[in-house]
Write a protein that binds this ligand. Sequence first.
Ligand code: SAM
Length: 351
Amino acid sequence: MIASIHQEIHPIHVRGRTWQALSLRHQRRLVDRAFEFWRSEGFPVYRLSGDAMAGEFQALSSHPLKRFAEPGFSGSNVCLRVANSYHPQMWAVKVSRYLSPMDVFLDDYLLRKALQRAWTVWPDRFGANPATLRRMLKTFPGAASVSNFRPTAARNIIAALSDDGDTILDFSAGYGGRLMGALSLQRSYIGIEPCERQVDGLERALSFLRERNLTRGQADIVRGCAEDVLPTMPSRSFDLVFSSPPYYDWEKYSDEPTQSFIRHHPYENWLSGFLRPVIHDSYRVLRPSGHLAINISGRLRRPSFEEVRGIARQAGFRFRFPIALGLARVPYMHPRLGPRKEEQLLVWRKS
Ligand SMILES: C[S@@+](CC[C@H](N)C(=O)[O-])C[C@H]1O[C@@H](n2cnc3c(N)ncnc32)[C@H](O)[C@@H]1O
């Protein structure tokens, strides 16, 4: 058994339980083989066939809609990896002072540790397969990664705050979770995004879904900064503004000068040059009774709820409610995050 594991079975087919039963020497040999495999393969980015992506998008489009506060409103992971697969650059994005998953992967010592840890913490999983390794690289001690907005949660939010035929503006389109949610419904979505690689990923995702004739809604991606593009948009032209603005400089999506944290700093200038004008313009471009829904981190990051609520009040919005959005489950007790990552969605109405 040990000889066959050591010589014949590919490390990606070995479960944690099996690895744990081996002698220390054989455990190390398996870690070495897995390490060599992943060094030659490169980072385990998502690789999905066209049919698999189409199938997931169809599953999203028929995903049962949930009402606010109903269990399951935060969504499932359906279609999340489809959206993520268009943004392989996500893995190298720096979050504050933490290592990115790519940093962990590229460091020989840390990659070996990550493989070993995956086999140690998940007895039932294949510790060195692509999905488990990605999970481990994201949650490795000292590492942090950016996340996408779950398409299923976006779909629920859009369905709850708008009607068929409505227009939606996403002033920081990010990695396309909200785009997918909007395309699964009969909505017209406009996403603004300055990061070149993200715009490229969003456009490729959109072209794929259009070519396959899968979308219920329509979408356009505008390359640019929200604070420049919004003032050019007509007043009272959207029914819903739904977005996830940057957390100032917490996540460095790119080093392009169009990133709001590079363009406007220090923080007070970011508030006055980015967040405030964008929220005020959101009010202007909304139709009366239209909603603004913004995703805020809710932890010790900027902007705080109070700052955003103050700006929205000055713009004329009436606050309706906060919604706790459970994000991806953390697969084991992570020292920094606890068992589940949570963010807040704040919802206002144009009075
Ligand atoms: C919180 S992130 C989005 C990632 C995310 N969790 C999502 O929902 O996909 C914020 C986004 O704002 C974008 N951004 C940065 N500067 C911007 C600007 N001046 N105008 C509009 N969007 C900007 C970033 O490139 C990033 O995609």
